[in-house]
Design a protein around this ligand. Structure first.
Ligand code: ZN
Length: 120
């Protein structure tokens, strides 16, 4: 890699941004549905059922998001590993990991490290 760690940090950040957000959402969701909403609804009899439902759903929502983020982390580590072995496509400019995307002008590769696009 030409420009060293700044580019590679940026690439890693972009690669792991989404699973990290999911991981945070899992804990936020667990807290939100597990204690914030039930507390909010606990005062009124009308919403008592909703509070119970929210408490019951909290664990499932939290577990679901946690699982999704774990799977995503594994996929990202797999991509990183394949890239480090030289088995995946890489950027024509800096050699970073590329995403395959479909744009208005057809499929292209978007570099996660330097941000350049290349037509396929
Ligand atoms: Zn690049």
């Amino acid at each position: 890699m030409r420009e060293g760690s700044a580019l590679s940090n940026r690439m890693l950040f972009k690669l792991f941004a989404l699973p990290s957000v999911l991981l945070v959402l899992a804990f936020v969701g667990l807290h939100f549905f597990g204690s914030f909403l039930p507390d909010l609804f606990s005062g009124s009899a009308v919403f008592e059922g909703l509070a119970d439902g929210s408490r019951a759903a909290a664990l499932w929502i939290g577990a679901g998001l946690l699982l999704a983020s774990l799977v995503w982390f594994i996929v990202c580590f797999y991509r990183l590993w394949r890239w480090s072995q030289g088995n995946s496509d890489c950027c024509f400019t800096c050699g970073g990991i590329v995403d395959q995307k479909h744009g208005r002008y057809g499929p292209y590769k978007h570099c996660l490290a330097c941000g350049k696009n290349e037509k396929i």
